[in-house]
Design a protein around this ligand. Sequence first.
Ligand SMILES: NC(=O)c1ccc[n+]([C@@H]2O[C@H](COP(=O)([O-])OP(=O)(O)OC[C@H]3O[C@@H](n4cnc5c(N)ncnc54)[C@H](OP(=O)(O)O)[C@@H]3O)[C@@H](O)[C@H]2O)c1
Length: 270
Amino acid sequence: MSFFQGKRVLITGGSSGIGLAAAQQLNAQGAELILVARDVGKLREAKDSLLSSPGGSGAAVELLPFDLADKSALVEAVRSLDGPVDILINNAGITRPGNFLELPEDCFESMMRVNYLGAVELTRLLLPPMIEKKQGSVAFVSSLLGLMGIWGYTAYAASKFAVRGFAECLRSELKPHNVSVTVCYPPDTDTPQHEGEKPFLPPETVAQAGTAGLLTADYVAECLLAGIADRRFEVIPGLQAKFAATMNRLAPGLVHSVLDWDARKAQQTP
Ligand SMILES: NC(=O)c1ccc[n+]([C@@H]2O[C@H](COP(=O)([O-])OP(=O)(O)OC[C@H]3O[C@@H](n4cnc5c(N)ncnc54)[C@H](OP(=O)(O)O)[C@@H]3O)[C@@H](O)[C@H]2O)c1
């Protein structure tokens, strides 16, 4: 029997990309889902696709539309839930690459609100019943950019590093309560978010990120869910991302030299 069979899972960003892929796999494995996103139309489409999928389990799919950046809407939405959740997957996120001085000032705040504070607030509200039952899982989708910074991601990487710091501390605190914490650090993944950021990418970012490859949302979701089921703390999908993260830990100076070389090459290309 799947670890997720009969579990109630709330997943933010469940209407698109990695979140939707995870929702499909969770539904196929018999999990009851609560999908969070802002756009009600996209949420309905996601629900219809889950319920009509030949591989679907027929388990319940609930929609909970709200904006993670709006704390009072978040609190109200969680209050409207009928009972506790067993697994919380903080997956929703936004990005806006660009050179630091050219980025809109407010994007630093909006990314912290959605990518970091939204996850913190949801965790704060959904955790107490898990602690009480001494059972549950809290997962976060950070990014490879939550482990290492590259050109063009000052705002985004900072929000993803924040998720990592929060989760590392939370892991220790929740261990005695048998609630597991998992953080997933995907590299570039083929999703609407990845497509949407392309017009904003400085050439140096393209050069530095180009070597890490492009994963599918299905594969990243599979790695994320396997990590949650195994109660693993760290999940880095893909061999290239694992290699990059390991090198960045062991030899950050060397990694910086390679990144600087990539950036110089991009600047010299007409
Ligand atoms: N794609 C990549 O290359 C990549 C790499 C590393 C990490 N990640 C991370 O993986 C996670 C999923 O990304 P993705 O690529 O699958 O993105 P995506 O396809 O753009 O999906 C993002 C999801 O988050 C929801 N969302 C965005 N802002 C929200 C808000 N303020 N409140 C509630 N829901 C919100 C979106 O729905 P609405 O727009 O309707 O709200 C959508 O369902 C993100 O945390 C992202 O940073 C992605």
